[in-house]
Write a protein that binds this ligand. Structure first.
Ligand code: SAM
Ligand code: SF4
Length: 437
């Protein structure tokens, strides 16, 4: 039986797309391999959001060139944000690649498969998003478990933040019809999926391009009534677009978890302006205040970029102060990486030395570790509800509604169950405890 291996790097959207590609290959009769070297078909799902990710992609493409020289029958497919409309140039640079297809373009993948004589389920021709498989064997240990599914609801981004390559690679926003998503989640819940995470580069834009303009709150309302589904999450929000209606939906719908990913990117107004983010620091602070008033148990994650062109020490200190004041549960921090074709790449010089960027990144990470340690320590001795996703090193693990990772030991079978865990030990990254029921 032919075997495939999917290599994934990057955001949740890439992971979701890898799940779907694996689902399609399973349905075509392929079997999952554990590495490139025992695969007949290699799929590279790429990210070019930062140069460091792009370098890993290029390194892996080089490795595959070597493998193909040894095994000429190896077929190589490439998707993700490396692939844009300029596929001709990519084909010239990487002649060993058999198919380049734009992120989420499953019809192109399926058409290629048909040319290779792969059998195809009729349902996939009508509805390529159904090519979903619950868990993907993959290089990435962070892939969601077989009980949690990632569901893209809107593709692309219309925002054009000055540093970001995503709109150039994933194109303009296109929402999936609400009924199609509800049907898919109903089907997944019937198959045993307990939790879904709805994905979009900017989920707040969901539905603006659909007839009748349903929004994300409308979609959450529909999904909340699916019987076997236990939890619903979504990401990523944009501070300039998140609506009060959505916040009220999170506050009132019992299956929607009290967790938001609300990237701020910088703590200084001039930097935010140069980033073209469309809000001020004051507006962000007020917004978080409002959300916390409506959702007191809110857990909040953010993204910050350090070393944006021209970022002075004082401007960086404002990002630090913001992290200190806002008490985020999680901060994803990245050093600015110039991306060819973006506005920031065209208009600003990448003039912050690498050492300073690293220093600033470390300062934010250290501060955040202290903040998270303090927030999590408040859970010591408390009982939390955990959806148990699997086992790692003899321990069960799962997440709280607030997205905190919890480990516990127990001889019973907890997979897919909601367990009440009394927290005994905390760290900035995870919690440990004992089953109460
Ligand atoms: N849509 C989300 C938003 O509004 O922030 C996030 C999507 S973006 C692909 C994921 C994260 O990558 C961003 O939040 C940002 O912090 C980081 N990022 C994007 N472009 C970057 C760049 N040129 N250099 C460094 N980090 C970057
Ligand atoms: Fe990139 Fe900004 Fe769109 Fe996020 S909102 S994907 S950072 S352009």
């Amino acid at each position: 039986m032919a075997r495939y291996f999917v290599w994934t790097i990057g955001c949740q959207m890439n992971k979701a797309e890898s799940q779907r590609i694996a689902g399609y290959l399973d349905s075509a009769g392929y079997q999952a391999a554990t590495s490139f070297s025992d695969a007949d078909l290699a799929v590279l799902n790429t990210c070019v959001v930062r140069q460091s990710a792009e370098n890993k992609v290029l390194g892996t493409l080089g490795l595959l060139q070597g493998l193909k020289n040894e095994h000429p029958n190896l077929q190589i497919l490439v998707t993700g944000c490396l692939v844009n409309s300029n596929t001709q140039e990519l084909k010239r640079r990487f002649p060993h690649v058999d198919l380049l297809f734009k992120p989420g373009n499953y019809p192109e993948l399926i058409a290629w498969g048909q040319k290779q004589g792969m059998p195809i389920e009729q349902k996939l021709l009508r509805y390529p998003f159904a090519a979903l498989r619950a868990s993907t064997p993959c290089n990435d240990a962070q892939m969601p478990s077989s009980l949690c599914a990632l569901i893209p609801v809107i593709q692309g981004c219309d925002n054009f933040c000055s540093y970001c390559i995503v709109p150039y690679r994933r194109g303009r926003e296109v929402s999936r019809p609400l009924e199609e998503i509800v049907c898919e989640v109903e089907e997944l819940a019937r198959q045993g999926i307990k939790e879904v995470t709805l994905l979009g580069q900017n989920v707040d834009s969901y539905g603006h391009d659909l007839p009748g303009h349903p929004d994300l709150a409308d979609l959450l309302n529909e999904l909340n009534s699916i019987d076997d589904l236990v939890r619903i999450r979504f990401l990523t929000n944009h501070p300039k677009d998140i609506s009060l209606k959505l916040i009220d939906a999170v506050a009132s719908l019992n299956k929607v978890c009290e967790h938001l990913e609300l990237p701020v990117q910088a703590g200084d107004d001039d930097i935010l302006k140069a980033m073209r983010r469309g809000y001020t620091v004051e507006r962000y602070r007020e917004l978080v205040h409002t959300i916390r008033r409506k959702i007191p148990q809110l857990s909040l994650s953010t993204d910050i970029i350090v070393g944006f062109p021209g970022e002075t020490e004082e401007q960086f200190e404002r990002s630090l102060s913001l992290v200190k004041d806002m008490r985020f549960d999680v901060v994803h921090v990245a050093a600015y990486s110039p991306r060819p074709g973006t506005v920031a790449w065209r208009e600003y010089q990448d003039n912050i030395p690498v050492e300073i960027k690293k220093e600033r990144l470390n300062k934010i990470e250290e501060l955040q570790a202290a903040v998270a340690s303090e927030i999590n320590s408040q859970l010591q001795g408390r009982q939390v509800e955990v959806l148990v996703e699997g086992r790692k090193k003899e321990k069960w693990f799962g997440r709280t509604r607030s997205n905190k990772l919890v480990f516990f030991e127990d001889a019973g079978d907890w997979l897919g169950q909601l367990a009440i865990i009394q927290i005994e030990k905390t760290s900035p990254w995870s919690l440990r405890g004992e089953v109460k029921k």
